[in-house]
Design a protein. Sequence first.
Length: 127
Amino acid sequence: MSASVQDPRSFWLEARSQVVCAYCGKPRSFHAHHAVDRCTLRIYGVTGVAEFDTRNALRLCDDLMDGIEGRCHLQFENRRIAISTSMLKDCNIEYAFEIMGAAAYDYLHREYADADLDPRVELQLAV
């Protein structure tokens, strides 16, 4: 597991460095999305600046000027689109398992839409 930085600015910069939205693949204005949501992090005792671990950052577009098509973050949060685990970064999946242990398997399956769960998630169970 790579070293992480834990602060809001670095979290945002990590999402910016991903260049395009994880869902639509476009380089629009974006939101730095928590792959494991902040409420779940708090349940697992992750609070304060630790909620901004860069390994949990995922770029999702949030472009007000591009209509609903440019609002992947809002649409995901409102369950209008489904993001699959294959769209997550390797570090997002590894981070989920580091924080949640085996419970990350169910969390990722519930939060991210896959008929067949991403092999990277299956692999983490074996670790």
